[in-house]
Design a protein around this ligand. Structure first.
Ligand code: ADP
Ligand code: MG
Length: 349
């Protein structure tokens, strides 16, 4: 706890004792943690009074709990209902709450050349990732994977217009696991801003958006080492930035000495295997989340092309030999804990 000012410190103590009715900004971070969207959500607010921060945190928790069930890929909710109707190939009115999420997912999928593909729900389910803890069983058979890949579900099979959803491919099923956290974090930051909160970090399982500052210094965050317990690098954040990482360590199972993780290459139906983690910095969290997943699939060969198409300016990718790939602007911003053995610098994005 850092308390720079004795008078404020006294006020804070009073606020804590009274628990309510304090409208004085406090010169320290206030925290709230809860589980939603399959992960631990950690909210940090700086420089707001305790009543405002508490009220905003409660509303945020309520919002995330609702989005958790609305968007769930394998439990009852409006997304599951939408998937059921998509399978019928009949045009139907989509739940209005889903429209911004679906249209954004479709737009970003096109910009990623379909490497971020939000309609491969059948493949993700086939791999066993539609359960809270994947059962310990062998990977699916090649024939079943190939059958789904041949059906090539794509957002180009879908028309979303005037609130109506039309699907032309029976293999299309939404799974928004690759962008739901980002979209929720953006909505969460908007909510905090409506409460007049200007300094905060909204962190969902290590992926986050930060606004403002931590008092007289910028927010600083760490990027997890994909192959160790510690931190790979630290980054100082600007006034409104999101940092999202996709890693093969988030959800996986081991079988016969091979790791099978949850980020699937839609081109062949198997977990993308060239990379262990991708970190993206971008202004909004939705684009950052999508880009981290898309660039993970793109791998060392293709990430620059896809990053440019998505308008991303900061990328760090760790390939499975441990080499760090990044663009020069990213290199300017990361501070490594231990200097990496090999860095491959790309052209500017
Ligand atoms: P995390 O949720 O662990 O931060 P990602 O953002 O990369 O990681 O999302 C991975 C999730 O996205 C998977 O669990 C699955 O639901 C979904 N998914 C898997 N492969 C793809 C893909 N190629 N495009 C879009 N979504 C994907
Ligand atoms: Mg993602």
């Amino acid at each position: 706890m850092v308390l720079a000012h004795p008078v404020r410190a006294g006020l804070l103590l009073l606020c804590l004792l009274l628990k309510a009715g304090c409208s004085q900004p406090v010169d320290q971070a206030q925290h709230r943690q809860f589980f939603a969207l399959g992960t631990l959500v950690d909210l940090t607010i700086y420089g707001s009074d305790t009543a405002t921060a508490g009220q905003a945190a409660t509303e945020l928790e309520r919002l995330f709990t609702r989005l958790h069930s609305d968007w769930h890929a394998w439990q009852p909710g409006i997304l599951q209902e939408t998937n059921r109707r998509l399978a019928t190939l009949e045009t139907f009115p989509v739940n209005p709450d889903l429209i911004p999420l679906l249209s954004e997912s479709n737009r970003l999928s096109r910009l990623s050349n379909g490497l971020f593909n939000p309609v491969i729900g059948e493949l993700v389910a086939l791999w066993g990732f539609h359960s809270d803890a994947r059962p310990d069983s062998p990977p699916p058979g090649d024939d079943r994977i190939l059958a789904l890949v041949r059906q090539a579900p794509s957002v180009t099979d879908i028309t979303l217009q005037d609130g109506q959803l039309q699907n032309r491919n029976p293999a299309v099923r939404y799974d928004l696991g690759g962008m739901a956290k980002g979209f929720a974090v953006d909505r969460g930051i908007e909510l905090l801003q409506t409460h007049g909160i200007d300094n905060a970090i909204l962190n969902a399982g290590g992926d986050l958006r930060a606004i403002g500052r931590h008092g007289d210094r910028p927010w600083r965050i760490g990027i997890r080492d994909p192959r160790g317990p510690g931190v790979l690098a630290a980054i100082e954040l600007g006034a409104d930035e999101s940092v999202f990482t996709s890693g093969d360590y988030e959800r996986f199972f081991d079988h016969g000495g091979t790791r099978y993780h949850h980020i699937i290459d839609p081109r062949n139906g198997y977990p993308a295997n060239a990379v262990t983690s991708v970190t993206v910095i971008h202004s909004d969290a939705t684009t950052a989340d999508v880009a981290a997943t898309a660039l993970f699939v793109a791998g060392p060969e293709l990430w620059e092309t896809i990053a440019r198409q998505l308008g991303i300016r900061y990328v760090m990718l760790v390939d499975n030999a441990g080499t760090i790939h990044m663009n020069p602007a990213m290199q300017q911003r990361v501070r490594f804990d231990t200097e990496p053995a090999a860095i491959h610098l790309s052209k500017p994005l």
